[in-house]
Ligand binder design. Structure first.
Ligand SMILES: Nc1nc(=O)c2c([nH]1)NC[C@@H]1CN(c3ccc(C(=O)N[C@@H](CCC(=O)O)C(=O)O)cc3)C=[N+]21
Length: 283
């Protein structure tokens, strides 16, 4: 038995087709969505992610506005770029690529909540807690969407999330326990005494710890769905949190690369098109 591949790249291709149709309808109303990105410094991985996002927009007929700043950029300089993107009506939504090395909370708070396609503005995270509609964080909804497209049930399922970071683990817990997802969710982290015991009971495991090989074959319940969000680098290559031998016992497994990464970009594009539709409707 070998696990069914949760092919994020293939699902992204399908989602691109769906989005192209929505972009075409917006074009009939004279609206072209616009993505803004702010990148600080020259971390090669961050550069690649931002570059990939701009290739995605080009493929979808979405405008893009790229602001790359040197590592020496100050808080005030980055905030000035945020102000400019907030004020530009051609920019539907934008994100500040993390990490910046600056005061992240101040930067996140400065983005107009209505242009926050990352769903990480305190207002939007608050809406998530309160159960109000708003843009949702891309990697967490990417995980949920990937499971949905492969008919992996979440309703009543035991889900173990490994990691409590702002962009993945923390919001995933909030999303999975909503009535619409209805999963019983355990959030594990570096303080968890017996990780293996928790993972063993899980129908779905989502690991976003950034520790290569953390999830091993012996920890996984046969038939479980395993999503690998880890993007550590070992010898210049992507190393996930999930040991490859997990494929021998899991029912479903994301490749890495080719799993959650493309789904994150898919949800970013979807959030952007949704915002453009909302802005078009309220004109
Ligand atoms: N404000 C903000 N928003 C983000 O969404 C955000 C961020 N900051 N900081 C960094 C993380 C990381 N991230 C990835 C997106 C796509 C891939 C991706 O598509 N990876 C490809 C290939 C990777 C490769 O081959 O190098 C894959 O998994 O197949 C990976 C990682 C978004 N992030």
């Amino acid at each position: 038995m070998t696990a069914t591949v949760l092919d994020g790249k293939a699902v992204f291709a399908t989602i691109k087709d769906e989005l192209r149709a929505r972009v075409a309808r917006l074009a009939e109303q004279g609206v072209v969505p616009g993505l803004g990105t702010v990148l600080v410094g020259d971390d090669p991985a961050s550069k690649w992610y931002v570059g990939a996002k701009h290739r995605d927009t080009a493929e979808l007929g979405i405008n893009s506005f790229r602001h790359d700043l040197p590592a020496s950029a100050t808080q005030a300089e980055v905030e000035a770029v945020i102000d400019q993107l907030n004020a530009d009506p051609a920019v539907t939504g934008f994100l500040v690529q993390q990490p910046t090395g600056l005061d992240e909370f101040a930067l996140l708070s400065r983005v107009l909540p209505t242009k926050d396609i990352d769903g990480l503005h305190p207002m939007n995270l608050g809406k998530l807690v309160l159960g109000e509609d708003g843009p949702l964080p891309c990697t967490p909804i990417g995980c949920i969407e990937l499971l949905r497209r492969y008919d992996v049930p979440l309703d009543g399922a035991e889900v173990v999330v490994v990691g409590r970071g702002l962009t993945v683990g923390r919001p995933l817990g909030l999303l999975l326990t909503r009535r619409s997802e209805n999963a019983t969710t355990t959030l594990c982290h570096t303080g968890t005494r017996d990780l293996a015991a928790h993972v063993r009971g899980a129908d779905v495991v989502i690991s976003a710890a950034g520790r290569p090989g953390l999830i091993t074959r012996d920890m996984v319940k046969p038939g479980a769905a395993v999503l690998d969000v880890g993007v550590s680098r070992v010898d210049g290559k992507i190393a996930g949190d999930v040991d490859p031998a997990v494929a021998e016992v899991a029912g479903y497994l994301t490749p890495n690369p080719g799993g959650v990464g493309p789904m994150t970009r898919a949800m970013l594009m979807a959030n952007l098109v949704t915002l453009a539709e909302q802005q078009a409707a309220s004109r």
